[in-house]
Design a protein around this ligand. Structure first.
Ligand code: SF4
Length: 699
């Protein structure tokens, strides 16, 4: 094989670091950071540095399609034609008998934009339902809804360069030092060079991100809105708000002012279980700064109040007028590498392409006309957890799962297993033979992995990058978009005849014309020429856009941003005598999601090699637990058994578990999501992963 060097983008988190992939002898690759890339200038975190091992190790790869006619039978190797012919026949039968809403696709924030696009077009434009959701529902959907409510559209206003231009960073519910490491290196370097830059971290745990903070507000879980309202009240009282900006460019301030005055700072401090002075200090830091960059991720998003928590933080940018300006703005850190691309093509159950609104008849007609299929239904599709509820009660008959492992990542996972047992037909499209979903599959379709296919992704700052195909997939594995298009044609839909991924991309760009995320005219060659492009892209100027809302014209009908004042009522599962601890869950530094990639790399197991329960030493003493001792953690839904990790970094009364581990050797007793519950944010339908009641006992 000829030795080559190709640029690409890391496939893990939403930071979107540039890499160079070098092919070597025997089809192996090496991966290094791309020193010319605007995001990472050559740096990579531990996951990115070890990407080549996940590609070179093909020992767990699915190599050919497999199928069975009955669940009691083992799956057998079949041809692509047989697998897709049968799948199309079953889908057609279900749709004819039970209607288009009897089938669904459950995909991933790791899909390429072209992949999202063709699945979305197939289900919404041709099958005739909106039953496409992805694991981004578990990740970003609260931020999507909040941006739309506050700014008029799901538009991340900032660019990464705002980090170095900011003199105040407020980071809530995020540990970017572990989960967005290369971005955090930029924050650390900025702080080191400019020690007067204020960093405020809000987190119930003392994380590595909190370690460099000027102020760490270790609040009680779930009390974020109360804290943000208290900071808002102090900014108003201290005269640190921008009256002119509020008057000219926002609506809703009067109601907000009344809302934040409902509670004194002392009352807020008591509820948040921090000192009143700490809240005053946070407000003082923000008030005396020229800029304000607010950053957040799952700590706010994964909550029954996820949208409201987002809004309460965005409000701080709006009342201070610190948005659309260098160094300022609300910045939701994206968890997955291409959750943003999925949002752009409308790849969720309640979205339409290019930020069009599913409820808007004109928008639905525009999309239907463009695709030339059936009408686009106005009824929102089933979201992630709703799909599995619908499988369990028989409303949904067939599900196609691709590029995600819901039997580790969905809340109350034992319930998800029961739902898959009841499904009439399950298709699993995967790269690996490890995910537990394969045990429930009637049809297994082998997919190409990162570096084995071509397409685009968009990172957290709206930056689109082009990922080249570098090596061939093993066996008969195919790129995900090609699998979907072959299936669509088997279903009889003729407009899925794309000669290459770029043809799909070009079609997607045309559908963005005259929208606020327009990228019409963009193609792979232009992206490569620019290296990356931030949307919206202006064809005439051949230029992307660094920062949104510089003119303070928001995307709402009034062109003003909306300051919302949600209530603070708390609807999570509260601890009680039987289940006295609050369980919060999250990522660890060196693993990714359900570990189908990072679990193959021995170097990445050196940091933390097993799931452990983080618990405060005072709580451990109270219940008679020593460091390293095996404990049982029980919730109203299930149990797990892991070792205890005594840590002063967590608040008494709270415990923490990593979310990565699933079934190991047939046992599910390390799977954190046995414990979590299916309470959802009523708007975003994002689960309450960060809060449920558990008991902990020595085992
Ligand atoms: Fe990859 Fe994210 Fe690490 Fe960058 S920070 S190398 S995108 S995992």
């Amino acid at each position: 094989m000829k030795e080559t060097e190709t640029t690409s983008t890391c496939c893990y988190c939403g930071v979107g670091c540039g890499v160079k992939i070098r092919t070597e002898k025997h089809g192996l690759i090496t991966v290094v950071g791309d020193e010319d890339h605007p995001v990472n200038q050559g740096k990579l975190c531990s996951k990115g540095m070890n990407l080549q091992y996940t590609v070179n190790d093909k020992s767990d790869r699915l190599l050919y399609p497999q199928m069975r006619y009955h669940r009691s039978m083992p799956v057998q190797r079949v041809s692509w034609d047989d697998a897709l012919t049968r799948t199309a026949a079953v889908f057609r039968t279900m749709i004819d008998k039970y209607g288009p809403e009897s089938v669904a696709f459950y995909a991933s924030g790791q899909c390429l934009t072209e992949e999202y696009y063709v699945i979305n077009k197939l289900i919404k434009g041709f099958i005739g339902s909106n039953n496409l959701d992805t694991n981004s529902r578990l990740c970003m959907s609260s931020a999507v809804a909040a941006y739309k409510m506050a700014l008029g559209e799901d538009s991340v206003p900032i660019c990464y360069d705002d980090i170095e231009l900011s003199d105040c960073l407020l980071i809530e519910g995020a540990n970017p030092a572990w989960c967005h490491p290369i971005l955090w290196r930029r924050v650390e370097a900025h702080k080191a060079e400019n020690p007067r830059t204020r960093i405020i971290v809000v987190d119930p745990r003392k994380t590595d991100s909190a370690a460099i903070a000027d102020l760490h507000l270790q609040i009680h879980p779930g009390t974020d809105i109360i804290l943000n309202y208290a900071i808002g009240r102090l900014l108003i009282e201290n005269g640190d708000i921008d009256h002119e900006f509020i008057k000219k460019h926002t609506e809703g301030f009067e109601a907000y002012e009344a809302r934040v005055m409902e509670r004194t700072i002392n009352e807020a401090a008591n509820i948040c279980r921090i000192a009143e002075d700490e809240i005053r200090q946070a407000a003082a830091y923000i008030g005396e700064s020229k800029t304000l960059l607010t950053m957040w991720t799952m700590g706010l998003n994964q909550s029954v109040k996820g949208v409201d928590k987002n809004l309460s933080l965005i409000n701080l940018n709006l009342i201070t007028g610190k948005i659309g300006k260098p160094g300022s703005g609300p910045f939701s850190l994206t968890g997955q590498p291409n959750a943003m691309g999925g949002r752009e093509v409308g790849g969720l159950a309640n979205l339409l392409p290019a930020h069009r609104d599913l409820k808007n008849e004109v928008h639905r007609q525009e999309v239907a006309d463009f695709w030339g299929g059936t009408i686009v239904s106005e009824k929102a599709g089933l979201t992630a957890t709703e799909m599995f509820d619908a499988l369990a009660d028989g409303r949904l008959k067939a599900i196609w799962i691709l590029c995600t492992n819901p039997l580790t990542s969905l809340p109350d996972t034992r319930k998800v297993e029961l739902a898959l047992e009841k499904a009439k037909f399950v298709v699993v499209q995967e790269i690996s033979n490890k995910p537990q979903t394969l045990a429930y599959a009637d049809v297994i379709l082998p997919a190409a992995a990162w570096a084995e296919k071509e397409g685009t992704m968009t990172n957290s700052e709206r930056r689109i990058s082009h990922l080249h195909k570098v090596i061939d997939p093993p066996g008969e594995a195919l790129p995900d978009a090609e699998i979907i298009c072959r299936f669509a044609k088997k279903m009889g839909f003729t407009s899925f005849d794309y000669p290459d991924p770029e043809s799909i991309y070009r079609e997607h760009t045309l559908l963005t014309a005259k929208t606020n995320i327009g990228i019409e005219g963009l193609n792979y060659t232009l992206i490569d020429q620019h290296k990356t492009v931030q949307w919206p892209y202006y064809k005439r100027r051949n230029q992307g856009t660094k920062r949104l809302f510089a003119d303070h014209n928001f995307h709402t009908p009034s062109r003003k941003a909306v300051i919302h004042s949600p209530d603070v009522n708390f609807q999570s599962e509260m601890p009680d005598r039987e289940f006295p601890f609050i369980l919060t869950t999250g990522r660890i530094r060196d693993h990714w999601h359900t570990m189908s990639k990072t679990g193959k790399v021995s170097k990445l197991k050196q940091h933390i090699n097993e799931s452990r329960l983080e618990i405060h030493p005072d709580d451990a003493t109270h219940i008679g637990i020593m460091d390293g001792q095996l404990v049982e953690v029980i919730s109203r839904r299930g149990n797990i058994r892991v070792k205890a990790n005594l840590s002063n970094g967590i608040k008494p009364g709270c415990v923490f578990l990593p979310m990565h581990w699933g079934k190991l050797g047939g046992s599910d007793l390390h799977r954190t999501n046995n414990l979590t519950n299916t309470l959802l944010d009523p708007i975003s339908k994002e689960p309450d992963f960060k809060f449920c009641a558990v008991q902990v006992t020595p085992y």
